[in-house]
Design a binder for this molecule. Structure first.
Ligand code: ADP
Length: 399
């Protein structure tokens, strides 16, 4: 079975074509700068990488261009669209309506339209991808996999905010959490790798440009650091994470700015970038910090400190912890970040192994000492594979 996984952002479409019999990736790439000057597609298949330029005015045009490349003689890997059995879409916000991936039907699309107000930046491009595929490949079934779905198992005391209850009933304001597909993938790998060991209470740390921590008991998410939107929780590349809500109205008053500007401020100009003034990118911050840039050093200390606080909080919430997993671009690659977060955690039962951790990049590895009661590990995430597998399972069940 061949499945194409699509992840539509506001001006980009990431894609991967899987042959599920491997599973193997037949082609992957990204359509960039949709609707902007200088749009292009970076495409990889058959071991070669190519860039295709051209005016791409919207998601549908980008997807059509990409599909054309997939069947082209020179750069393609399939002979016709008939070879594509299904499409799997990443959908950011499923609200309370979706607790697992679903076959996309007219009813599901109507429910997704209702979720737009919860994620006005993310869900519209996801829907554009669904509409584009419906018109370009009308006979191919589509599946939606939601970033929020995995966290739908949280208990109410974890997902409710202490604001008037009517705001929940009227506007669905509650914690939803994101990165669910990634937390679910690394959980599954941790369970496979640690089969037979004590793994009841797991803390998964997805540390990329966006970052979140999840507390997982017996395979179910019981808490997570992102909230109604992805801005809550950890210090991120450009998002502030946890904040005294009073700051928002105070800054609006002091700086005389409106809600749009304050929203941009907490989402795009804060986090590592806002504090350091250097970059939102961990590699650039580590380089600046090594050269003695004090604000880069402060940003790094804040980033790690916030993660340590969440690990401590979630260990308390779960009555202990058995496994701590690091994933995402930073969690998978930055050994110094992992070390600074997880050293001195013997009080929790975690004996970190500095030597095992050193130099681990993008590979599955246990980084706690042999005999440590709590296992620390690195697991590279693979959200696209999860979406492809969910899609395959749903399509097979439908047949
Ligand atoms: P996204 O959330 O956009 O998917 P990623 O998961 O790819 O992001 O993570 C991007 C982050 O990972 C960036 O801050 C980048 O600097 C960091 N990163 C990638 N490789 C390394 C590395 N070798 N060392 C430190 N940080 C890294």
């Amino acid at each position: 079975m061949k499945i194409i996984v699509i992840n539509c952002g506001s001006s980009s479409v990431k894609y991967q074509l899987f042959d599920m019999d491997g599973p193997a990736i037949l082609a992957k790439g990204v359509v960039e700068k949709i609707g902007l000057n200088g749009s292009f597609i970076k495409h990889e298949s058959n071991g070669s990488k190519n860039t295709f330029e051209g005016e791409i005015i919207d998601h549908q045009a980008g997807i059509e261009y990409m599909l054309g490349i997939l069947i082209s003689k020179e750069h393609g890997c399939i002979s016709s669209f008939d070879e594509i059995d299904a499409v799997g879409h990443r959908v950011v916000h499923g609200g309370e309506k979706f607790n697992s991936s679903v076959l996309i039907t007219d009813e599901v699309i109507a429910m997704l339209e209702e979720c737009i107000q919860l994620a006005p930046l993310h869900n519209p491009p996801n829907l554009s991808g669904i509409y584009a595929m419906s018109s370009l490949l009308p006979n191919v079934p589509q599946v939606g996999a939601f970033d929020t779905a995995f966290h739908q198992t949280m208990p109410d005391h974890a997902y409710m905010y202490a604001i008037p209850y009517s705001l929940y009933t009227k506007h669905a304001i509650r914690r939803y959490g994101f990165h669910g597909t990634s937390h679910r993938y690394v959980l599954r790998r941790a369970l496979e790798i640690l089969a037979g060991r004590n793994v009841g209470r797991i803390i998964t740390c997805h540390l990329g440009n966006g970052a979140s921590v999840a507390a997982i008991v017996d395979g179910k998410s019981v808490d997570t650091s992102m909230g109604l939107t992805p801005v809550e929780g950890l210090v991120m590349g450009t998002r502030c994470g946890d904040l005294d809500p009073g700051i928002i109205t105070y800054v609006m008053q002091c700086e005389d700015i409106g809600r749009g500007t304050v929203n941009t401020l907490i989402n795009k100009h804060s986090g590592l970038l806002g504090v350091s003034g250097v970059s939102s990118d961990m590699r650039e911050l580590e380089a600046a910090s090594a050269k003695g840039n004090e604000r880069a050093q402060l940003a790094l200390r804040m980033f790690r400190y916030r993660i340590r606080k969440y690990i401590g909080a979630y260990a308390a919430a779960m009555g202990g912890v058995d496994v701590v997993v690091f994933t995402g671009g930073i969690g998978e690659n930055s050994d110094s970040t992992r070390y600074e977060i997880a050293k001195d955690m013997e009080f929790l039962g975690l004996e970190f192994d500095k030597d095992k951790n050193a130099g681990v990049r993008g590979e599955e590895k246990i980084i706690s000492k042999d005999g440590s009661r709590v296992t620390a590990m690195v697991i590279p995430t693979d959200e696209e594979l999860v979406i492809a597998q969910d899609t395959e399972a749903i399509i097979r069940a439908e047949k």
